[in-house]
Write a protein that binds this ligand. Structure first.
Ligand SMILES: [Zn+2]
Length: 496
């Protein structure tokens, strides 16, 4: 065919192609039969071409393989996430078991201590932990993202519950520990130098206001009245300590034990005062929980009174020097059993002079000195137990009024001797049930010249017929010894 004749049909074909191309873009919307009907035969190949183009949009085998690989990767990722979740769940179960074990242990301890409240708390904590999530068993099945999210949420909630239970248990444990610590820790003593105490001087004796003393030791102050309803004394006290003072006499009481002060309580303008020397050397050491002076208690010097040429008190065949040595030896035996180092001033019927006994004390430097004696009186009536300590400077003997001005070696230890005397007196009274004649002050050579806290005990009256029989008996002697040991234990707790 000549070229010029082809031009009109070529142009027509171009126009048709253009229209078919538009139709091919929307081929999915137009049924092919319609296209065929509307299309003239000249455009048939163009339509087929357009359909072929549309068919190319169907994924090829390669594309399908690639998509499959992508899905496989996604599946592998999900499987990995599931495995991690399983591990997380396993960890949570382990932690719960540990928490349950801790809770059960605490519960058992609480039950043993009969602390029902703490027990209920521990049980409550354990009960609030939700049971382990009953998830699908591990399988090849891939979990849906929603299921993974649910499991993750349950795991988080469970973890929170376990954390809370563990925290509650720890708090309960800490509380119990603190309570136990509080039971074994004494309240803090206040430093005397830091106390604010009103002071006055009367007849050259300095006094401190008793109300201020009470405040500084956390004690309640109360007046006591006599039968005529007049103020005659005072009491300072709390749950564990109680001290009474008399305005007419030197003797007061400390926790029920008779204690002689150096001066009676002074009432000035109807306000109560006690002497400063009593406050510092007697009252403070009896009120405080721990000694302010660091002293040990390892070596104890035991002094059997009299001996040899000096029989001491005598009642018929009863001689003081015999019983003091018997008691001293019993005390030595018991102290050595307890691990103390004991030094005796005498072990037989000998008479070391008072100076020699004091020299032994200075030589061996014991931690405390105990002298053992028996009492005696012109009358057969008196009976009972006394404990003596050295007279502090500025004070007077219990049976005297002369103020001591010269310091002795034992005066370095006035405060500790006061506590030691009180503890030993209390111990002997408890052990024997004897009459309380109090802790007293007297110018006794061996305790005044001791180089450590020192006391002298009068274990009973040789002049009293009933009491001398007891003093001669091993039973009573053993009671005295156990009373002294109890006193040393009390003094020991004051030292620590
Ligand atoms: Zn004696």
């Amino acid at each position: 065919m000549p070229k010029k004749n082809l031009l009109p049909s070529f142009l027509a074909a171009c126009a048709l192609l253009a229209s078919v191309s538009v139709m091919a873009q929307t081929v999915t919307d137009v049924p092919l039969s319609d296209v065929a009907v509307k299309t003239k035969p000249a455009a048939q190949s163009a339509v087929q071409e357009a359909v072929s183009e549309a068919a190319k949009k169907i994924p090829t085998a390669e594309e399908i393989a690639a998509e499959r690989a992508r899905l496989e990767r996604m599946r592998a990722a999900l499987a990995a996430e599931r495995a991690a979740l399983e591990q997380y769940k396993a960890d949570l179960v382990k932690r719960q078991q540990e928490a349950d074990a801790a809770a059960a242990k605490a519960k058992a301890e609480a039950a043993a201590k009969a602390k029902a409240e703490a027990e209920a708390k521990a049980a409550g904590s354990a009960a609030s932990i939700p049971p382990p999530a009953q998830d699908d068993p591990v399988s090849a099945k891939v979990l849906s993202p929603e299921e993974l999210q649910r499991q993750r949420q349950r795991a988080i909630e469970r973890a929170k519950a376990i954390e809370k239970a563990v925290a509650t248990q720890r708090a309960a444990d800490a509380k119990k520990k603190a309570a136990a610590a509080a039971q074994t820790t004494s309240p803090k003593d206040k430093d005397v130098a830091a106390m604010k105490l009103r002071k006055i001087t009367q007849n050259k004796v300095r006094y401190v206001h008793l109300r201020d003393v009470a405040v500084n030791y956390g004690l309640t102050f109360a007046y006591t009245k006599n039968k005529s309803n007049k103020i005659s004394g005072a009491t300072i006290y709390d749950k564990t300590r109680k001290v009474t003072f008399s305005s007419a006499y030197r003797d007061g009481t400390v926790n029920g034990v008779q204690v002689y002060f150096l001066y009676p309580m002074l009432l000035k303008n109807n306000e109560p005062y006690i002497s400063e020397v009593d406050f510092l050397t007697c009252l403070d050491p009896l009120l405080r929980y721990k000694t302010p002076v660091k002293l040990g208690m390892k070596t104890i010097m035991v002094d059997a009174g009299h001996g040899g040429s000096d029989p001491g008190a005598i009642n018929g065949s009863h001689k003081e020097k015999v019983y003091t040595l018997q008691i001293a030896k019993r005390l030595q035996t018991q102290l050595e059993k307890l691990g103390f180092r004991v030094i005796m001033t005498r072990t037989g019927d000998t008479y070391p002079t008072l100076q020699e006994r004091a020299a032994l004390c200075k030589k061996y430097k014991p931690d405390l000195y105990i002298s053992i004696h028996c009492n005696s009186a012109a009358s057969k009536t008196p009976s009972g137990i006394e404990t003596y300590r050295a007279v502090p400077v500025g004070g007077t003997e219990t049976k005297g009024s002369k103020v001591k001005t010269e310091k002795q070696s034992a005066n370095e230890f006035d405060a500790n001797s006061s506590r030691l005397a009180y503890e030993v007196q209390k111990g002997m009274l408890a052990a024997t049930g004897g009459t309380d004649r109090g802790t007293r002050h007297q110018a006794i050579y061996v305790i005044g010249n001791a180089s450590c806290p020192a006391v002298l005990v009068e274990v009973g009256y040789l002049s009293n017929e009933a009491e001398v029989k007891k003093i001669a008996s091993p039973e009573y002697q053993n009671k005295i010894v156990s009373g002294i040991l109890a006193g040393l234990a009390g003094y020991g707790s004051f030292l620590r």
